[in-house]
Write a protein that binds this ligand. Sequence first.
Ligand code: CUA
Length: 201
Amino acid sequence: MLSKIQTGLEAVPGNWWRPAHKAEKVWVAIAFAWCMVLFAMMPLWHFRGGQNPSGIRRRVDPKAYYARTLAFAAQYKVGDDRGVPIVQPPPGADIYLVGLTYQWFPILRLQRDKEYILHLSSLDVNHGFSLFPVNVNFQIVPGYDYALRVTPNAAGDFRIICNEFCGIGHHTMVGRVIVVDESGTPIADNAKAAVKSGDQP
Ligand code: CUA
């Protein structure tokens, strides 16, 4: 049996033409006001949020960036963790970190409460810089030197996790940042730690 065909000449069944109840109008007004608050937060947070990156960025040839990073690592190398140099630059220095499939190079050892200019770039594909367990996240893009003014405010032995899927070894792409306190000794030094398969980083 053919069901009834609705045409624009007949009102659809229902009560949509009746004026909205007061409660509904109030609800719409509250929702709209809240939308405006959230909308205003976007520009407000840009100026007042304090979480904005310093945004120093320029194009860079990946080979040139890698050469700069190698020179930086050789200049300030103080140790070694399974073949990756541990690098301790002086406070205020430009420091370099490179992401490549599937590692972070080098290991940075920084001083708490000192400012550094951290340069980030990739040699191949997009990677994600994610400082663990601190929630700090940045895109690492090949061909761009992205620099941030950073002041570590907590000593510890932190991990850098890649949070951008970059290939089959993505989950193994883990780096280290060691922040030492005023005495200069790291809170923990895992350089000699043995890693068993199945261990969580
Ligand atoms: Cu690098 Cu995922």
